[in-house]
Design a protein around this ligand. Structure first.
Ligand code: HEM
Length: 398
């Protein structure tokens, strides 16, 4: 359980870890509301091979994933392996351990995703978006597509939907060329990348991470990625066809909490979608419906969604409710990351390789960031994008 203290406007946000939360303290009023068991409108649908397999046929992991996507099991885990890998990636000891190669990959990704400010970098944010864009090229009327690596194994990446993803795409291809020989699929690399990036972003959930997805060298169907100009109704229908209900959609778009846009309005290159880019907080929800600092650029699609009668209640409930959002995002992303995967029951788990989550974070350079958010210090644009400590002084977060 965590608590929020808003100390001075946007200047300082401190999240207290469970160790200093007092018994009975709730994340926020929203969590209290939620605890009253607000009913959910939509029944969760099964996906892939889970649709046809009987419970008696399910592996332990198959059962866990089924419970996660039906909403009855937490998709987060603190199971962590802090030991160094059993050997170099080429060693027999490493090859004998399915998750060893992923440990090496996790080290590399974590190093690239963590900025000197402690916020997550543009590559991290790109990795989360890339995970979405690979998996979401699927619907219940398509017979192929989904989390199958095709976004980088074909020319899908050059579709206009994917503007802004070329840097993370190139980095992911470099990792693939290095690790594919050890049995790593592009589909898994992309989804593991999204989960590692999420937890590297401060306050981000540590989502259980499964491997064993199959690659597909066929480009996915078109017109399945939402556009920033789409109506709420169109977006809700698009996600419904991916088995993602409104509740999960509202949780997923919260990923824009970390975002800095480059293509929606090129005259405002690098403008963030809330006042704390690179931080996995819930400021995005309140600022999308409120009046954030001038440099915050609200996506039209997010604003429309926040006002839609089907989405509004959940949107409001995520305001100030970090723990509620993290829990719901983790479940929704697990579903998203398995769209089009038809061997869910055979997947294996390598959650233990993920770095630890950071439940407490202080933006130590928020004073400078606040001035940047007011439209000053434009010369810092690239530094903000790269999550570099703006004061140049690095101290230790609590
Ligand atoms: C409602 C549907 C959505 C629309 C219309 C949408 C649209 C966009 C657009 C236009 C950008 C900015 C790209 C740029 O100019 O550089 C963006 C960024 C981003 N989106 Fe979405 N998105 C949606 C849902 C999602 C979901 C479901 C996720 C993740 C689960 C996600 C993750 C991200 C992230 C992390 C970024 C930031 C990338 C960066 O900072 O480089 N988005 N999105």
């Amino acid at each position: 359980m965590k608590s929020l203290l808003f100390l001075s406007g946007y200047a300082l946000i401190t999240y207290l870890p469970s160790s200093i939360a007092y018994p009975g303290m709730k994340d926020s009023l929203s969590d209290l509301h939620r605890a009253a068991n607000v009913p959910r409108a939509d029944a969760k649908q099964l996906i892939g091979d889970l649709k046809t397999l009987k419970d008696t046929q399910l592996t332990t992991i198959g059962k866990d994933i089924k419970a996660i996507i039906l909403g009855t099991k937490d998709a987060r885990s603190n199971t962590i392996d802090t030991s160094v890998p059993p050997g170099t990636v080429d060693s027999a000891a490493c090859k004998a351990d399915l998750c060893c190669v992923w440990k090496w990959i996790s080290y590399e990704m974590t190093a690239r995703f963590n900025g000197t400010s402690g916020r997550c970098t543009k590559l991290a944010r790109g990795a989360v978006r890339l995970g979405f864009h690979d998996a979401a090229v699927w619907s219940n009327t398509t017979t192929y597509g989904g989390a199958d690596g095709s976004i980088l194994l074909t020319d899908e990446i050059s579709r206009s939907d994917n503007n802004g993803l070329s840097a993370i795409g190139d980095q992911m291809k470099t990792w693939y060329n290095k690790y594919h020989q050890y049995g790593v699929s592009m589909a898994d690399l992309i989804q593991m990348g999204a989960n590692i990036a999420t937890v590297v972003c401060p306050l981000g959930p540590r989502i259980r991470s499964f491997v064993g997805r199959k690659d597909n060298a066929k480009a996915g169907p078109t017109a399945l990625i939402p556009d920033v100009a789409d109506s709420a109704d169109k977006i809700i229908k698009l996600f419904a066809a991916k088995t993602i209900d409104v509740h999960d959609l509202v949780a997923l778009v919260g990923a824009h909490t970390t975002s800095q846009q480059h293509f929606v309005d090129t005259s405002r290159d690098g403008d963030p979608q809330d006042s704390t880019p690179g931080v996995w907080d819930v400021a995005f929800y309140g600022q999308t419906t409120g009046s954030p600092p001038p440099r915050v650029l609200k996506f039209a699609s997010d604003v429309k969604l926040s006002q839609d009668t089907r989405a509004k209640t959940e949107w409001q409930q995520f305001i100030g409710a970090q723990s509620h959002w993290n829990e719901d995002y983790a479940k929704a992303y697990t579903r998203l990351s398995l769209l089009g995967v038809n061997n869910i029951n055979d997947l294996k788990e390598c959650t233990q390789v993920l770095p630890p989550e950071r439940t407490a974070f202080v933006n130590e350079d928020q004073v400078v960031l606040d001035m940047w958010l007011q439209g000053q210090f434009n010369q810092l644009n690239n530094m903000v994008d790269d999550a570099i400590m703006l004061t140049g002084i690095i101290t230790t977060n609590p």
